[in-house]
Write a protein that binds this ligand. Structure first.
Ligand SMILES: *[C@@H]1O[C@H](CO)[C@@H](O)[C@H](O)[C@H]1NC(C)=O
Ligand SMILES: *[C@@H]1O[C@H](CO)[C@@H](O)[C@H](O)[C@H]1NC(C)=O
Ligand SMILES: *[C@@H]1O[C@H](CO)[C@@H](O)[C@H](O)[C@H]1NC(C)=O
Ligand SMILES: *[C@@H]1O[C@H](CO)[C@@H](O)[C@H](O)[C@H]1NC(C)=O
Ligand SMILES: *[C@@H]1O[C@H](CO)[C@@H](O)[C@H](O)[C@H]1NC(C)=O
Ligand SMILES: *[C@@H]1O[C@H](CO)[C@@H](O)[C@H](O)[C@H]1NC(C)=O
Ligand SMILES: *[C@@H]1O[C@H](CO)[C@@H](O)[C@H](O)[C@H]1NC(C)=O
Ligand SMILES: *[C@@H]1O[C@H](CO)[C@@H](O)[C@H](O)[C@H]1NC(C)=O
Ligand SMILES: *[C@@H]1O[C@H](CO)[C@@H](O)[C@H](O)[C@H]1NC(C)=O
Ligand SMILES: *[C@@H]1O[C@H](CO)[C@@H](O)[C@H](O)[C@H]1NC(C)=O
Length: 835
C-alpha cells in the first residue's frame, strides 16, 4: 500500500513538473486584461458598472441609460443614453446610486442658439450605435445616434471624456455644445444645487446634495469640469428647459413637484474641425477646490492615452497574481474567470482623503454595498489576491466604528446603509484576522467593535449593529414580534437574524481566542453560537406549492416571546415560492427570513456543520436535503445565500458532489455575455463566486477554511502580494470537458493529502497542491478526519449511518429523475454506501 502510493506520488510529480514548466511558459505569455469583459452583467439585472475606473477608484465614468435597471449607469437592454457621468456603484440593488453631474453633447443647437438645445434629461435621451460599444479596463466608449462619439477613461478622482463631433458638423456654422446637469441617476437632488461657469475658461464648479440609494441621510458632492480642444464660443447656465449665455451662476431648488428641476451649465465651442473636445471632470466630497486640484494633479494635460495606460497598468498589476493554464480551456471560461476577478475590485471604493465626516489619518473606503453580500466570498477573495488593500479596508471599517460607534453593515456615499440581517462586518473582520492580515490594523479595537455588535443594541438598528439583544441574551433567539423598547428597526427576519447572529457570535470567539486573555468571552460567545438550535422544530414538515410533501422533517421555525412556536412555510420566499403575497425583503410586513427561505437558511450554520448534519439525520440525509435544495430550484444561485450551499457537501464527506454542483452552475448561470449574470452582481459578489469556484477553493467565510474541488484549469497559480510566494494547484488527468471532476488523490508539497479542505497558509507559503482526477467518485476526502473543522463533533459517518435514508428515499424522490446527480458515478457511490 505504502509502496504503491509512493510510486503514484512520484509518477505524478514528474507529470506536474512538465505541466508546470509548460504552464509557466504560457503564463507569462498572456495579458489577463484581454480576458476582462466589463459588459458581462450589463443587462438582465446584473447592474454592473461597465465603465472606466481604476481598481477601487472613486471616479467611475460611463454612459448612463434611461433603463429601469440602470443601477450601474450603463445597460445593454436597448435603452437610450441620457448623459455621461463620473460616479457609480457596481452591481447593486436598491435605487440607482450616484451618476452625478452628467455631461451631454450636441453637434449644434437649433437656430444656432444655446436656448435651441434640449436640456432636461428626459427630453435629450438618444440611442447609441450598438456596434460602436467598446469597454476595456480603464476605458469605455460608444457613438450616439446623433453622430457624436464619446469615449472615456479615469484616474482616482477624475474622469476624462473625449468627444468627437461628426464630420458634418465641422462646417463653419456648426458649434458643438456640452452641458453639465446637476442631476444623479435616481433624481434625488435636494435643495440647493449650485453651479458657476467661468466665462473665460468655461470651467464649471459647483455641488449638490443627493440621497444614498439604500440607506439614510444624504451627501454633498462637488465637481470641477474643464474643457480643452476648441475655442470657447460662449457659456452659461440652464434652468428647466431654458438656457442663456448671459447668466453664469445658478442655485436651484429641488422644486415642489417631487422631481428635481433640471438645471446646470453649458459651454459652446467654435467648430473643432477634426479635433476632439476633451472634458475633464474632477469630483470630491470635500470641496470644489479639492475636485479641481485632484483633476489638475491627476490629469494635468488632458492626456487621454497616458491616463488610459496608467489605468491599464494598475489593473494588470491587480490581476497579475492569478495565472492559469489556458491549455484546452474555452475562451469563455477565461473571460468568466478574469471578468469575475476584475469586478471584485471595482467596489468598495477608496475615498481616502475624501471623507468630510471625521478627521483621521486612517484610510477611508466606502461602497461596502452590502456586507451581507460581500462577506461570503468577495472580501475573502480580496484577502487572497489583494491583502494590502484588505488591510486598508479593515482599517477603514474599524475607523468607521471609532467615529460613528458601530461597524457598518452596508455603506454607500458616506451614509449608513440598511442592515439585512446580522452584523456581518464581524465575519469580515474574523476572516481577515484568521488569515493573518495585520498591516496597521489595531485588532484590539477591532475586537471591541465586534463585541459591541453582540452586546449593545443601537437605538436605531436599521443601519448597524443588531436588534433584539435583550431577547437574544435572555431567550437565546430573536422572537417573532419581539418586545423591544430599547432599539428600533424593521421587526422582521427573526429567523434569519437568529441564524446570522449565531454565526456572528461564533466569529467573535475566533478573534477573541486568537488575541488571548478573553477566555470568558470565548466561552460566552461559543454558547451563544449555538443559539441556532433554539429555533429547530424537529417535527416540522414541508410541502411543495403543488401540495406534494417534500418528505423532509425538521426545519427551523419562528418562535414567540412566550416560547411557543410561530409558523412560516419553509418554502416561503424560496425561489419556487409561487405566492404573490410573499414579502421577502426589508418591508415592514416581510417574512421571518430575508430574501431567502427557511429551506435555504437551514444550511446557514457555517460553524457547526457537524451538529447540523446530525440534526438533519446524518450525512446521507444531509446530502439528500442539499440535493433537494438544488435540484428543486429552492435555492437560486443569483443570490448570495446560495453560494456556500454549493460546497457544503464537503462537510458530509462528499466533496465530489460540490465539484459537480459547481460545474452545474458555471457556466449555465454565469456566462460571459451581457445578460450572463443570474442576479445583481452586488459589488463583485457574483464575480468572486465564479473566481473562487474556478480556482477550485471556496471559502467558508469567517474561518480559515477553503473547500477543495478541482480547478477549472489544468493548473492555477496565485502569487501572494505579501510574501511573493506562489501557490499552485495542478490537475493531473485534467479534462477540459469536465467529466473528470472527481479527485482520486492529492498531494500537498509532495506529501499525500486527504483532507478535503486547506487553510490560508497554502497561499501565503506558496504551497503546491496536486490533484489527480478521475471519472468516478472516490474515497478521497470522505473520512471524518478529512472533513473541515466544526464546533460540534461529526457523528454518524462511516458504517454506522449506512442506509439511514433508504426507507425515505422513495418517498422523497418518487419517480422523479434527479438528473444532475444521478450522474452514473454518483449513483454508483450511493448504491454502494446505502446498500
Ligand atoms: C500547460 O500544460 C499543457 C499540457 O501539458 C500544455 O499543453 C500547455 O501548453 C501548457 N501551458 C499552458 C499554460 O496552458
Ligand atoms: C441594440 O442592442 C439592443 C440590445 O441588444 C437591442 O435591443 C436593440 O434593438 C439594438 N439596436 C439596433 C439598432 O440593432
Ligand atoms: C450628421 O450626421 C449624423 C450621423 O452621422 C446624422 O444623424 C445627422 O443628421 C447629420 N446632421 C446633419 C446636419 O447633416
Ligand atoms: C436654499 O437656498 C435658499 C436661498 O438661499 C435658502 O433659503 C434655503 O434655506 C436653502 N435650503 C437649504 C436646504 O439649504
Ligand atoms: C499556450 O496556450 C495556448 C493556448 O492558449 C497554446 O496554443 C499554446 O500551445 C501554449 N503554449 C505553450 C508554450 O505552452
Ligand atoms: C404565545 O404568544 C403568541 C403570540 O402572541 C400567542 O398567539 C400564543 O397564543 C401564545 N401562547 C401561549 C401558550 O400563551
Ligand atoms: C430547475 O431549473 C432549471 C433551469 O433553471 C430547469 O431546467 C429545471 O427543470 C428546474 N427543475 C425543477 C425541478 O423545477
Ligand atoms: C515582494 O516583492 C516586492 C516587489 O518585488 C518587494 O518589494 C517585496 O519586498 C517582496 N516581499 C518579500 C516578502 O519578499
Ligand atoms: C466499514 O465496514 C467495512 C466492512 O465491514 C470495513 O472494511 C470498513 O473499514 C468500514 N469503514 C469504516 C469507515 O469504518
Ligand atoms: C450497516 O450498518 C450496520 C450497523 O449500523 C452494520 O451492522 C452493517 O454491517 C452495515 N452494513 C454495511 C453494508 O456496511
Amino acid at each position: 500500500m505504502r509502496t504503491s502510493s509512493h510510486t503514484r506520488v512520484f509518477a505524478a510529480s514528474l507529470l506536474i513538473q512538465s505541466i508546470l514548466a509548460q504552464n509557466a511558459t504560457n503564463s507569462t505569455a498572456y495579458d489577463p486584461l484581454q480576458y476582462v469583459d466589463q459588459l458581462i452583467g450589463s443587462s438582465n439585472g446584473g447592474n454592473v458598472f461597465p465603465g472606466a475606473t481604476l481598481p477601487y477608484g472613486m471616479a467611475k465614468a460611463v454612459a448612463d441609460t434611461n433603463s429601469g435597471s440602470n443601477q450601474g449607469g450603463f445597460t445593454t437592454d436597448g435603452s437610450s443614453i441620457t448623459g455621461f457621468s463620473s460616479m457609480h456603484d457596481s452591481g447593486t440593488g436598491g435605487s440607482p446610486s450616484l451618476g452625478n453631474f452628467a455631461l451631454f453633447p450636441y453637434n449644434s443647437c437649433a437656430g444656432d442658439d444655446p436656448d435651441g438645445c434640449v436640456y432636461p434629461k428626459k427630453g435629450r435621451a438618444v440611442p447609441y450605435v450598438n456596434s460602436s460599444l467598446k469597454a476595456s479596463p480603464g476605458y469605455f466608449g460608444l457613438q450616439l445616434n446623433s453622430g457624436v462619439s464619446v469615449d472615456m477613461t479615469a484616474a482616482q478622482h477624475t474622469s476624462l471624456f473625449r468627444f468627437k463631433f461628426p464630420a458634418n458638423s465641422t462646417s463653419s456654422s456648426s458649434s458643438p455644445l456640452i452641458l453639465l446637469d446637476l442631476t444623479d441617476l435616481s433624481d434625488s437632488r435636494q435643495d440647493n444645487g449650485t453651479i458657476d461657469v467661468d466665462a473665460a475658461t468655461g470651467r464649471m464648479t459647483g455641488n449638490a446634495k443627493f440621497l444614498p440609494s439604500f440607506g439614510t441621510g444624504n451627501y454633498v458632492l462637488y465637481f470641477c469640469a474643464d474643457f480643452q480642444g476648441a475655442p470657447i464660443r460662449d457659456n452659461g447656465i440652464f434652468a428647466n428647459s431654458r438656457a442663456s449665455a448671459d447668466v453664469k451662476s445658478l442655485t436651484i431648488s429641488r422644486s415642489i413637484n417631487g422631481y428635481p428641476l433640471p438645471g446646470g451649465g453649458f459651454v459652446r465651442f467654435e467648430s473643432p474641425g477634426d479635433d476632439d473636445i476633451l472634458a475633464r471632470v474632477g469630483v470630491s466630497f470635500i470641496s470644489s477646490e479639492q475636485a479641481c486640484s485632484s483633476a489638475e494633479e491627476e490629469i494635468p494635460s488632458f492626456d487621454f492615452t497616458t491616463t488610459q495606460t496608467a489605468a491599464e497598468t494598475a489593473w494588470r498589476e491587480k490581476l497579475s497574481p492569478v495565472l492559469v493554464s489556458t491549455n484546452g480551456v474555452q475562451l469563455s471560461a477565461l473571460k468568466n474567470f478574469y471578468s469575475g476577478i476584475y469586478r471584485t475590485m471595482v467596489n468598495p471604493q477608496d475615498y481616502t482623503g475624501e471623507n468630510p465626516l471625521w478627521q483621521s489619518s486612517e484610510p477611508y473606503f466606502d461602497s461596502f454595498y452590502c456586507i451581507w453580500d460581500l462577506f461570503r466570498s468577495q472580501m475573502p477573495f480580496l484577502t487572497v489576491i489583494d491583502p494590502v488593500t484588505v488591510a486598508r479596508q479593515i482599517r477603514s471599517l474599524i475607523d468607521t466604528y471609532k467615529h460613528l460607534g458601530w461597524l457598518p453593515d452596508c455603506r454607500m456615499t458616506l451614509n449608513k446603509g440598511f442592515t439585512q440581517g446580522g452584523s456581518n462586518a464581524d465575519n469580515v473582520l474574523a476572516d481577515a484576522y484568521l488569515k493573518g492580515i495585520t498591516d496597521g490594523i489595531d485588532w484590539d479595537i477591532g475586537y471591541d467593535a465586534v463585541v459591541k455588535d453582540a452586546e449593545v443594541e443601537p437605538y436605531d438598528w436599521c443601519c448597524e449593529g443588531r436588534g433584539g439583544l435583550d431577547s437574544w441574551k435572555s431567550l437565546g433567539y430573536i422572537p417573532v414580534q419581539d418586545f423591544d423598547y430599547k432599539g428600533f428597526g424593521t421587526m422582521t427576519r427573526s429567523l434569519s437574524r437568529t441564524l446570522e447572529y449565531s454565526y456572528n457570535d461564533f466569529v467573535i470567539t475566533q478573534i477573541g481566542a486568537g488575541l488571548g486573555g478573553r477566555e470568558s468571552d470565548v466561552e460566552k460567545y461559543t454558547t451563544r453560537a449555538g443559539n441556532w438550535k433554539n429555533l429547530f422544530k424537529a417535527d416540522q414538515t414541508s410541502s411543495l406549492p403543488t401540495g406534494v410533501d417534500t418528505g423532509f422533517v425538521g426545519f427551523f421555525q419562528p418562535k414567540y416571546l412566550n416560547e411557543t412556536w410561530g409558523s412560516q412555510d419553509p418554502l416561503e420566499c424560496s425561489n419556487i415560492d409561487t405566492n404573490p403575497n410573499s414579502v421577502c425583503s426589508l418591508q415592514n410586513t416581510g417574512a421571518e427570513t430575508f430574501e431567502s427561505s427557511i429551506w435555504e437558511y437551514s444550511f446557514f450554520v457555517p460553524h457547526d456543520q457537524a451538529t447540523l448534519i446530525t440534526t438533519f439525520g446524518g450525512p446521507a440525509a444531509f446530502v439528500e436535503r442539499l440535493d433537494y435544495l438544488h435540484n428543486q430550484n429552492i435555492t437560486y444561485i443569483g443570490n448570495e445565500p446560495a453560494f456556500l450551499t454549493v460546497f457544503q457537501y464537503h462537510y458530509a464527506g462528499r466533496p465530489a458532489l460540490s465539484a459537480l454542483r459547481s460545474h452545474y452552475y458555471i457556466p449555465a448561470f454565469f456566462e460571459p455575455t451581457h445578460e450572463g449574470l443570474p442576479g445583481n452582481d452586488d459589488s463583485g459578489a457574483m464575480g468572486s463566486f465564479v473566481a473562487f469556484s474556478m480556482i477550485g477553493l471556496f471559502p467558508n467565510p469567517g474561518q480559515d477554511v477553503y473547500l477543495i474541488i478541482p480547478p477549472y484549469f489544468e493548473s492555477v497559480s496565485v502569487t501572494s502580494p505579501i510574501t511573493n510566494k506562489t501557490a499552485t494547484i495542478c490537475n493531473v488527468n485534467f479534462d477540459s470537458t469536465y467529466k473528470n471532476v472527481y479527485i482520486q488523490s492529492a498531494t500537498l508539497d509532495g506529501e499525500p493529502y486527504t483532507k478535503n479542505w486547506i487553510d490560508h497558509s497554502f497561499f501565503t507559503e506558496g504551497k503546491e497542491l496536486v490533484l489527480t482526477l478521475g471519472a468516478t467518485e472516490s474515497t478521497w476526502g470522505t473520512q471524518v478526519a478529512d472533513l473541515p473543522p466544526s464546533l460540534g463533533t461529526y457523528e454518524g459517518f462511516g458504517n454506522s449511518t449506512n442506509g439511514t435514508m433508504t426507507s425515505k428515499r422513495a418517498v422523497r424522490f418518487g419517480a422523479e429523475p434527479i438528473n444532475l446527480l444521478t450522474e452514473k458515478t454518483g449513483a454508483k457511490y450511493w448504491a454502494q454506501n446505502e446498500g
